[in-house]
Design a protein around this ligand. Structure first.
Ligand SMILES: *[C@@H]1O[C@H](CO)[C@@H](O)[C@H](O)[C@H]1NC(C)=O
Length: 174
């Protein structure tokens, strides 16, 4: 269903916001330092007509063949030992150009249950690569033990941090 949501979103976007410059695609439990995201997007001005996809990059991940995993993928579904390079779904920033590429490629790529990997498949088919952004921390920040995990100094230069429950999000914004 998450992949369906992505595919339908990209089809919806084609129709309703064809001129979009940038798209941020993320989970609802991430803290987004919106000023930094906008600053980064502005710095890549002109990139809206070029490929851009940044996030937490995975380049050598493999399908999990363990039946009881949430991410189980049988070989009947995908025989390949490797996933294509992809950005972790917790938070991805892309250009309008890349969003159009995904919506085009997704018409010919069979649905695959892991949504972020699916986006990687769309890029691979178009011959494009996702990139890493060091400010996108979908696996947390790694705040040192015995220090205040809400200390703004840890987040000042970041774009996104996963994950916070709602009350923590309020603390973060304060
Ligand atoms: C997927 O979405 C359909 C409705 O479109 C729903 O009936 C079904 O329960 C959902 N599946 C999961 C695993 O949430």
């Amino acid at each position: 269903n998450l992949t369906l949501k992505q595919v339908l979103f990209h089809a919806w976007m084609e129709e309703h916001c064809p001129g979009v410059r940038f798209i941020f695609n993320g989970d609802d439990d991430v803290f987004v330092n919106t000023d930094n995201v906008v600053r980064f997007a502005m710095a890549t001005q002109g990139a809206q007509e070029q490929h851009l996809m940044v996030g937490q990059l995975f380049t050598r991940n493999s399908p999990i063949r363990f039946q009881h995993s949430k991410y189980f993928v049988p070989t009947q579904l995908l025989a390949s030992k490797w996933y294509p390079p992809y950005c972790g779904g917790g938070g991805i920033l892309m250009s309008g150009f890349t969003a159009h590429v995904i919506s085009r490629e997704s018409r010919d790529i069979k649905i695959f249950p892991i949504d972020d990997v699916y986006l990687g498949m769309c890029l691979e088919k178009a011959g494009l690569r996702p990139a890493s952004h060091n400010g996108i921390r979908t696996m947390g920040v790694g705040v040192p033990a015995n220090t205040d995990p809400f200390d703004p100094c840890y987040y000042r230069e970041l774009l996104l941090v996963h994950r916070f429950v709602p009350y923590e999000m309020v603390v973060m914004w304060q």
